[in-house]
Design a protein around this ligand. Sequence first.
Ligand code: AMP
Length: 404
Amino acid sequence: MKKSVKDLGDVKGKRALVRVDINVPLDKEKNVTDDTRIQAILPTVKLLQEKGAKIILMAHLGRPQKLKEGQKLEDLSLEPVAKYMSKLLGEEVKFVKSPVGEGADKELEDLKDGQIALLENIRYYKAEEAKDDDMTFAEKLAKLGDFYVNDAFGAAHRNHTSTAKVAKLLNPAVSGLLMEKEIRCLSQALDNPTRPFTAVVGGAKVSSKIGVLENLIDKVDNLIIGGGMAYTFVKANGGKIGNSICEDDQLEVAKAIEKKAADKGVKLIMATDVLVTNDFSGNGENKVVDVKNIPDGFEGVDAGPETQKAFEEVVKTSKTILMNGPVGAFETPAFAEGTKAILKAIVEATKNGATSVIGGGDSVSAAKKFCNAEDFTHVSTGGGASLEFIEGKVLPGVAALNDK
Ligand code: AMP
């Protein structure tokens, strides 16, 4: 267990250097178009305000070191976010243009207890993402605070200066409330699940989910494999998959995963019938066929009705459910029924007392599209970070924090 902001002693008047994930989308006029990530860090900010700390927020926006065509560095400034937060909170969030340049300490010197400052995009500095052991940049950042808080779960899988290195120079180094909830919910599901424990793993590729499958097989009772990755399994077993997405170099991996599941007594649930199409855009011919006999010219894009029922039954009798990846190409409405059905079943199970955790970018957007985030026990805010957490990897941003 990591120490959290709740465990802090008297920090009145102290400077809290807080890494947050407020990588929010901005439109051309620099308006924040979705403030979910800002809302998510407010409990930590407010708690620090109540404690009378001075709050210095560090964050990134986009990838300044890899600008897209036509994109200017100014497009990735956090100044509009500081303005948005000022309006949202009804108090000035002081924007610090040059956090480690001359005069930055001065700008922060007159910060009052409970006042908030936001530093410019920390990724403007090349040293933020440097993979070496040089601590010069970390030392400069550490000078800005008396203690460190990391509430940026979404960036916790990065071994960057603001997410990990600086934590080693400040004491205490604690998790924020959001980070604490993410770790608690994900670890509870993975390490101490109420059984039966079911994992739903979907998405496009087996190759991107090998780590997830390998780690989950040791922990779950039931494993539902859906989405595009299932066709690699079908082909590995001699099925005819038509034009379905398939990774031929992963056939052996698929077989090994099936064998491991059998050896461990994990029940593997895969599609029996699937919705296939001859046009991925959704405007062609769609029909339901046997998953082992998909006609040429057609590809599998969603779970069929019989499969949906089977998925729902397993989910509804589970006490812990972890979903990572959709079971169909849900972005196209005609191919969304399977993902919708399984999410609705997870919501129902949750209402009946099960613990449900949705992790990973695409399943999170599907969960929000077809249900309410509040209907699940936890919807993770970090795509890459939750994926690595479910794979059982150590997240540098978490590892760097003080133990309880
Ligand atoms: P991933 O990023 O690997 O979790 O994959 C998520 C993506 O997989 C989503 O955008 C889905 O549209 C896509 N997907 C799910 N099922 C299929 C399928 N049968 N064929 C192609 N793509 C799919």
